[in-house]
Design a protein around this ligand. Structure first.
Ligand code: FES
Length: 103
């Protein structure tokens, strides 16, 4: 069964920026682009870096450690040294809260 969990207030995420969050034992990064919110795993698939410390440009987030980039909509790894995509989570905004779906 699907589980939607409240992870943050929408307004806690600056537009065009990212925020680290934690729910159900998962470390997440939330991103806000033109009012829309996206969620990925926080840990980079390449090493010990947190994507919430990275740099967001458009729909691409850049890892702070070796500048690997992921598309936050699909989780797709876009360049070297990344080889593995990052996990993404379905997001819904309701009453100013960000809800993330865990399966
Ligand atoms: Fe993220 Fe290397 S740890 S690109």
């Amino acid at each position: 069964t699907d589980l939607w969990l409240d992870v943050a207030a929408v307004d806690d995420i600056p537009d065009g920026d990212a925020l680290g969050a934690c729910a159900a034992g998962h470390a997440l990064t939330l991103y806000r682009v033109e009012g829309e919110v996206f969620a990925t795993a926080d840990l980079c698939t390449h090493g010990a870096a947190r994507m919430c410390d990275g740099f967001l440009e458009g729909y691409e987030t850049e890892c702070p450690l070796h500048q690997g980039r992921f598309d936050i909509r699909s989780g797709k790894a876009l360049n070297a040294p990344l080889t593995d995509d990052i996990r993404t989570y379905p997001v819904r905004c309701d009453g100013g809260r960000v809800l993330v779906r865990f399966e």
